[in-house]
Each structure stands twice: as C-alpha cells, then as structure tokens.
Design a protein around this ligand. Sequence first.
Ligand code: TNX
Length: 551
Amino acid sequence: MTVRSLHPPAPDRKAEAPSKGPLVRRLPRLLCSLLLVASAGATATGSASAADSEDARSVIPLDHVVPAPVSVRPAGDPYAIGSRTVIRVPDRSREARKAAEQLAGLLRPSTGLALPVTSRGGQDGIVLRLGGDRELGSEGYRLDSSRRSVTITARKAAGLFHGIQTLRQLLPASVEKGERQPGPWRVAGGTITDTPRFAYRGAMLDVSRHFFTVGQVKRYIDQMALYKINTFHLHLSDDQGWRIAIDSWPRLATYGGSTQVGGGPGGFYTKDDYREIVRYAADRQVEIVPEIDMPGHTNAALASYAELNCNGVAPPLYTGTEVGFSSLCVPKEITYDFVDDVVREVAAMTPGRYLHIGGDEAHSTSHEDYVAFMDRAQAAVAKYGKTVVGWHQLTGAKPVKGAVAQYWGTTGTEQEVVDAAKAGTRLVLSPANRIYLDMKYTKDTPLGLSWAGYVEVRQSYDWDPGAYIKDTPSSAILGVEAPLWSETLSTSDHIEFMAFPRLAGVAELGWSQAAALDWDSYRTRLAAQGPRWSALGIDFYRSPQVPWPAE
Ligand code: TNX
C-alpha cells in the first residue's frame, strides 16, 4: 500500500475552520499572546527593527505544547539560541550529561550551531539542573526562560528529559529536520512548572500479527517519548507469531515466529535485539512491558511444541485474524514448566517492573481452567520478581495483591472490574472505543478495524480517565495506554498513520490535569504538531476536526 493511499479524500476546507469557542475558553491564549506582544514592545530599544518585534511575536507561546503543562507563566523576553549558546550540565551527573547530549544531538543538525556541552560553571545558555522542589517528583520539571538562559530543573533525569521534550515544542517545527534551517531559534520568556497526573502513560505495539524490526520499534519509541509517554508494552506472542527468543524452548521463535498475518515471513527478536530495545527505551525514559499472552492467543506456541497440546498434536501455524480458538493445556504439568521457563527468561532480560501475561479472549478455556491457570501464571511472575499485568479478564479470576488490570472494554461498567479496583487492583485504561489506535478514524480509513466503532480524534481525546470506571475513584487508576493491534498494519507508515494524531491525545490524558483537558484548547495545540510531524517524516491522519496550519 502506498503512503498516499492512506489518505481519504481531502476534507471540505470549510469544515476545517476552527469553531469559534466561547470567548472565555479562548481568553487565556489571547491574553498570553497579548502579553508576549506587550513584553516585546516594552523591551524594544530604540534600535529594534520591525523585523525584531515580528520575530518576538512569532515565538511559540509557552502554553502551546502537548501535553498541556500544569502551570505556565509567560514573562519577559525570549531566549535566543545562537552561536554563543552552550549547554550546561551539573558536574557529576552522567544522566544529566546524557540528556544534554541528546538535546545537542537534536539541535545541532537543524540549527547548524556548535552547542558544546560543558560542566563548567555559568548561568547563561541552556542549563540543565538537578534539584528543585520536592513537588517536582520523579518525572516533573521546571523550565525558566529569559533573555539570558533557558534553565530546566528536575530532581531526576526523567524530569530533565521531559523538560527537553517541552523545549523542543517551544522551538519552530523545523528544528526537527535533519539539515540546516534558517531559524531564528527563540524560546518564549517565562516559567513552566510541570508534573504528570498519572504514573503510567503507555503505548502498545502488536509485533505478533505483523512483525516489526528493531529499527521500526525504535522509531515508534522516539515518537512516543516526544509526548512524555513512559511505558511501552510489547505484545510479543499471539496465535500468528512468537516474537522473542527463549533459550529453553527454541522452536517458539524459530518456528512459531516464522510467519504472520497473511503468511509473510514473520520474524523474532533475539535476546540481544530485545536488550537493545530495552536500552534504547531507557535512554528515552521509557520502560518496556513485555507481554506473553496466555492461556489463549497461543497457537504459535502450540504449533511449535506438540506436548503443550492436550491431544499431543501440534496444530499448523496460523496466518488468519480470528481470535479465541487456542488454549494452552491447563491440566498438563508441562504447561507450567513452559510458563516458568518463559517467564524466567523474559523477566531476566527485563529491568522494568512489569510482566504482562495477557489473559484476554480465552474463549477455548473453561472458566474453571482459566482461574486455575491464571493463579499459577501469576505465581510465576511473582517468583521472578515482577508485577503482574493482565487484560481486565484477569479480574474475573483471582488477581494477586499488587496486580494491574488493563481495561479494554467500551463502557467502564463491568462489575468485576469495579469490584477488583475496590479491592486494590490498579487499572490501566485502554477503552477500545477511545484509544485503540487500530480502530478506523472513519468509515473511509483504509487501515484498521471497526469492531469498537470509528474513533475520530475528538472521540479519542474527549473523556476523563479519572472518572471513567463506574464508582471507582481516580486513585485506582494507574494510568492510560493506547494499544496498536497490527492485523491490518505492516509498515512504519501504517503505524504512524493510525497513531498520529491520536497518540498525542492519549499522552495528554495521561499527563495533564483533569482541569486542563479541554477539546477546544487541545485541538489548537494539536494542530501545531502537524508541521512537527511533517518535519519528522511522520505521515499522520489530517483529521478534519483539527485546524491544521498550511505547511
Ligand atoms: C481485541 S484487546 C484483542 C486483540 C485484537 C484486537 C483488535 C485484546 C486484549 N484482544 O486480540 O487484536 O481486539 O482490535
């Protein structure tokens, strides 16, 4: 499929005009722009040219970022990144230096500036500082911008990284390009103080239905990290393919990974590949959650080892898209040898806290067997020191203490889920009719599925994760995650067309305060991301609900 064919017919231009929201909603932005113009005027010296004030006006307002920050105070002059700018980091922090090098690596190609990273003292330039208020927590940051410097302060490297992502969005979209651009590179003056609402802000990629290479996975990690997503869930096994090398059961990958939906060659990650993904993600403050889906969705494993089947006969590999037909053999003891080995090996190469054991759509497993199986699978995860995550069907079994259930329903009313949350099971929300990124945007979307309905950008954004599950306080919600199932997707262009713009909205739902979630404000800020995505080579869906600027 060519990239161009991803686009439905061009929308009616008139339909794209931004709706005139109530003035009250638009006031903060209006005020902010006025302040910027006023401050530019107030500081203009006699020699300032009209072009200077034009530039000052064109600076991106501090509140024009996604996800919306907690607090924004525009003030004073912009900072101009120029030939004398250095990037300063604290003396002894390797992590801060790494963040500084990442920032330099981003800015140098497009600005053409040297931007040396230094730990010599000094207060000018771009300054990364470790410290600041306790309230910043482990991921928060403060960004102070003035004529002399842009300072990002955070208590941890994750906060510095997130602050740098905000700084990126305050610079013109062309900063994302790989070759030298004209600039100017100005950052509006003022202060942003920012912390996340939820600890878990995730994206998931199904690498089983179609295999994606390490390079494709890294590209997606880069894209999510730009929006402060901090968790990447890899759906590593399903009926159509087993994608991770397991030394004690080698045929899982070599045979079980040898095809995919439609019958392509498939593929799998060696242990080194997987460690490389983990490391790449960690450098971007993203934690990997590996999923081995059990006891259903296991045809690839059952095809690889006859002894895992109750009848001792291996089924053929599967390249279709039906679900619910496969099950591990619950009464056989060898099943638990398999589970123990797989969980042990996957846990050993995963530094993150979580291990996802699936548990969805086990339609070929009796309820009694399902409960018995999930008991033992959860015990294996605990044995190897990880926290269990399961799809929310786990709440119909016996979730262990500390377990996390991933909700993928469409109503938020399932009693088992509500009861489990009350009993202490934490929830990650992935409602399919909101943030399943594989759902078509409209009936004309050439990729994706529609079993949970069409999910346009507003439908995806316009809900509050804290108030979504019936009778459940927001304290039970660990966060949100956007799954991307790949029955119909096989290239990076496909991933990006389905993820963007919706993934940015999921990031905002996870990061920004409930009071900041506002469609009219969001769609304007989202529109500004379009040129950034173009600069990054991301082929996104130009939803007619969003007032994209001409590029
Ligand atoms: C449901 S969500 C599934 C997946 C499919 C997806 C397609 C879940 C836990 N199971 O097996 O790929 O729908 O949208």
